[in-house]
Design a protein around this ligand. Structure first.
Ligand code: NAD
Length: 256
């Protein structure tokens, strides 16, 4: 379905980003990976799916590095057809104790990076009259949770940016939508499980249960593979007129 297209997925050396990159690769898209840590393993996993893969290690908190990454992607594959703004970090603390440096980093990585990558991707997408911008927001783009001020503010911002991007391009072949996962058991969430286990004297399994019980009626984690399939749908012809939605995959979190 996506042969000949190129997808750039930010923060795709791990977790949800890697899951989405693999799902798009399975549909034939060439992939540009980004993120910290080991890139060779993820690159090999994508290459094994029979598509071309490249990697750029831009720090998504820096506009100049995002510009270099977008130029690298265009130079390597000609154009970015699908942009998945996924890189993100978390920090948990009450507002009065929230480290200012963590606030700035979360707003930069979780929100401003999506603005920069989007503004740089749009001209080529519009020239081709086809493009897909998929923003990985969160259920925290729709509702709040205590001790996550920067994350909730950034993710609400991402949902707003999604709507404006969709509206500004509504008469073109470029769509923009957001994905809003509930709990997904990635390194980002395992840290929160570990903190709960330590604070409450629980085992890893017990702490996972407590985390789910607080928010998710399904008592199940959403998987990167499931989120990847939603991204594939947004890229399909059936997604042509899906514009500006924030689509939850949250086990019933926000139905309550
Ligand atoms: P993760 O920690 O597994 O992956 C995060 C990715 O972002 C990694 O590849 C990491 O290297 C990269 N990254 C972090 N800082 C970066 C930076 N400055 N520059 C470039 N790359 C950077 O986390 P995840 O759970 O897969 O999260 C991915 C996205 O999904 C995030 O935006 C997160 O907010 C969102 N999300 C996660 C959950 C969840 O339950 N895990 C729920 C809702 C939304």
């Amino acid at each position: 379905m996506l042969q000949g297209k190129t997808a750039l997925v930010t923060g795709s050396t791990s977790g949800i980003g890697l899951g989405i990159a693999k799902a798009l690769a399975k549909q034939g898209a060439n992939i540009v990976l980004n993120g910290f840590g080991d890139a060779e393993g993820p690159k090999a996993e994508i290459a094994a799916l029979g598509v071309k893969v490249a990697y750029h290690g831009a720090d998504m908190s820096k506009a100049s590095e995002i510009e270099a990454m977008m130029k690298f992607a265009a130079d390597t594959f000609g154009r970015v057809d699908i942009l998945v703004n996924n890189a993100g970090i978390q920090h948990v603390a009450r507002i009065e104790d929230f480290p200012v440096e963590r606030w700035d980093a979360i707003i930069a990585i979780n929100l401003s990076s999506a603005f920069h990558a989007t503004r740089l991707a749009l001209p080529a997408m519009k020239a081709a009259n086809w493009g897909r911008i998929i923003n990985v927001a969160s259920i925290h783009g729709l509702v709040g949770s205590a001790e996550k001020s920067a994350y909730v503010a950034a993710k609400h911002g991402v949902v707003g940016l999604t709507k404006v991007t969709a509206l500004e391009n509504a008469t073109t072949g470029v769509t923009c939508n957001a994905i809003c996962p509930g709990w997904v058991l990635t390194p980002l969430v395992q840290k929160q499980v570990d903190a709960k286990a330590a604070a409450m004297g629980l085992s890893n399994e017990e702490a996972k249960k407590v985390l789910l019980q607080e928010k998710e009626p399904s008592m199940q984690f959403t998987t990167p593979e499931e989120l990847g399939e939603l991204a594939v749908f947004f890229c399909s012809a059936a997604g042509n007129n899906v514009r500006g939605v924030a689509w939850n995959m949250d086990g019933g979190w926000t139905a309550q």
